[in-house]
Design a protein around this ligand. Structure first.
Ligand SMILES: C=C(O[C@@H]1C=C(C(=O)O)C=C[C@H]1O)C(=O)O
Ligand SMILES: [Mg+2]
Length: 461
């Protein structure tokens, strides 16, 4: 096995009033399949893994095990708490090449004030972790890091054991043939509370007409059951076949896997620059190139969809204005075409002010009117009142930060939660004054498709 040793670092970290040491060791290895590495953790690390691939497919991350967990159930302070603890943990790390940085991966729930029970019960409002084994695939190179955070000063034996295990994991990922995963066999399919959803669109539309709010995103869920319990590598392998132009993600915590293929960037920070995207306004793909173009052109002219989109651009531009020394927003949206759907799309980018960190940007941006509404607080209250589910991490920020302040968060849409042999799929849409229940319903059907297909529910397509 080709291995290049980089470094072993030991740093004192003062977290939560304890003197701890953060041991890090990174090696470069021959390129390997990220999914096979994820699958190699099936027995020992199930429930403590993550998978991430950015929209451009230039960065893939996998984490196995938890070296350090940062979680909380706070509401407004949760972003600051995660940021403070992460800074305390990493402040003494010598900054080197980004491949050598430990990564904190996780997500924030959509709305900590939603107390509806369901599949998300027990899942923290903010859940982040540093992996014991971290795989980074970037620029055609593969790096595996071991992370150990401990109070024990004599941890060399423990670290040696981790090295041996790391070598086994890498070996398994490199030599074992990747299984040809089958799609799960569905035994039940339920459009939960469909009538209630249609009714809620009617109600919310009239409230908007009465000027109670301008835009509110209302979502619903689909439940599926399978003959057998479904494994994470099995669904991730299906999702990976899915979507160019989408973030692919999977986050396990205990017996829940949250996964998806989202086209929407909440925020990316790289070397002092910030990037976001406004994605709102939708139409299906055409069956032929001509029909597709016709649909796309009509979306670019459609007042209802341009309205949905404009609220998002205004709010993200406002946030960038507050956090950047300069920024740019194109005047008109373009089309973002993914497999099942086309969206109106406006990229936003800017040079960040000194104190604008990625987690501060997440705090200010979430939820944008693409998933919440305008005004934000009224929209959130209406979502709590009219949606019959708890969104959990659906429509919420999921992603990573490193110890230099770089990172990226996607908006976790086109997603589903998998618990044993049950899956809960989520989709919604922006409701404005001229929304109409049936066409919103149709729009959610299109948005369910990627996850339905991955789970074997979309039969003839
Ligand atoms: C709410 C979702 O998507 C959002 C709503 C959109 C719309 O209503 O046009 C488009 C993209 C997303 O901002 C979803 O996919 O569930
Ligand atoms: Mg819409």
């Amino acid at each position: 096995m080709h291995q290049k040793w980089f470094h072993t670092t030991e740093v004192e970290v003062g977290t939560v009033n304890r003197a701890q040491t953060f041991y890090i060791e990174t090696i470069e290895v021959s390129r390997l399949s990220a999914l096979a590495f994820f699958a190699a953790g099936e027995n020992k690390y199930k429930g403590k893994r993550f998978f991430w691939q950015n929209r451009e497919k230039t960065l893939t991350l996998v984490g196995l095990g938890h070296a350090y967990i940062i979680e909380n159930n706070e509401d407004n302070e949760r972003f600051d708490l995660i940021e403070d603890e992460w800074k305390a943990l990493t402040k003494n790390i010598v900054k080197e090449a980004s491949e050598l940085q430990p990564i904190l991966f996780g997500g924030f729930s959509f709305d900590p004030k939603n107390d509806k029970k369901g599949e998300w019960e027990g899942f923290p409002q903010s859940h982040f972790a540093v992996a014991t084994y971290q795989l980074v695939l970037r620029n055609d190179k593969a790096y595996v890091s071991i992370h150990l955070v401990t109070e024990n000063e004599h941890s060399l034996e423990e670290f040696d054991r981790l090295r041996t295990e790391r070598d086994h994991l890498i070996h398994a990922a490199q030599v074992r043939e990747l299984k040809n995963y089958e799609k799960p066999v569905m035994t039940k399919y339920d459009e939960v509370n469909k009538d209630k959803y249609l009714q809620s669109i009617d109600t919310v539309t009239s409230l908007i007409k009465d000027n109670w709010a301008q835009k509110v995103v209302i979502a619903r869920s689909l439940e599926m059951q399978f003959a057998q319990s479904v494994s994470s590598p099995q669904v991730l392998s299906q999702v990976m076949n899915e979507q160019p132009e989408s973030y692919l993600f999977g986050l396990e915590r205990d017996n829940l896997l949250f996964f998806g293929a989202s086209p929407e960037r909440l925020v990316k920070v790289e070397n002092g620059y910030g990037y976001s995207s406004c994605v709102a306004g939708s139409i299906k793909r055409g069956k032929t190139a001509e029909e597709d173009k016709q649909l796309g052109d009509s979306l670019l002219q459609d007042q209802k969809n341009l309205g949905e989109h404009r609220y998002v651009v205004e709010m993200i531009a406002e946030t960038f204005a507050k956090n950047c020394t300069q920024f740019k927003v194109p005047k008109h949206p373009k089309l973002l075409k993914i497999r099942d759907i086309q969206h109106l799309y406006t990229p936003v980018e800017g040079k960040l002010s000194k104190d604008a960190t990625i987690l501060q940007l997440v705090k200010h941006l979430h939820p944008t009117p693409a998933l919440g509404g305008v005004p934000r607080m009224k929209a959130l209250a209406m979502i709590r009142q009219y949606e019959s589910m708890n969104r959990g991490l659906y429509a919420a920020p999921i992603g990573w930060v490193d110890s230099e302040g770089n990172g990226e968060f996607a908006v976790a849409i086109r997603s589903a939660a998998l618990v044993d042999n049950c899956a809960y799929l989520y989709a919604g849409g922006g409701i404005v004054a001229d929304s109409e229940p049936n066409s919103e319903y149709e729009e959610t059907l299109v948005k369910f498709r990627p996850m339905l297909r991955a789970l074997g529910g979309q039969l003839n397509e």
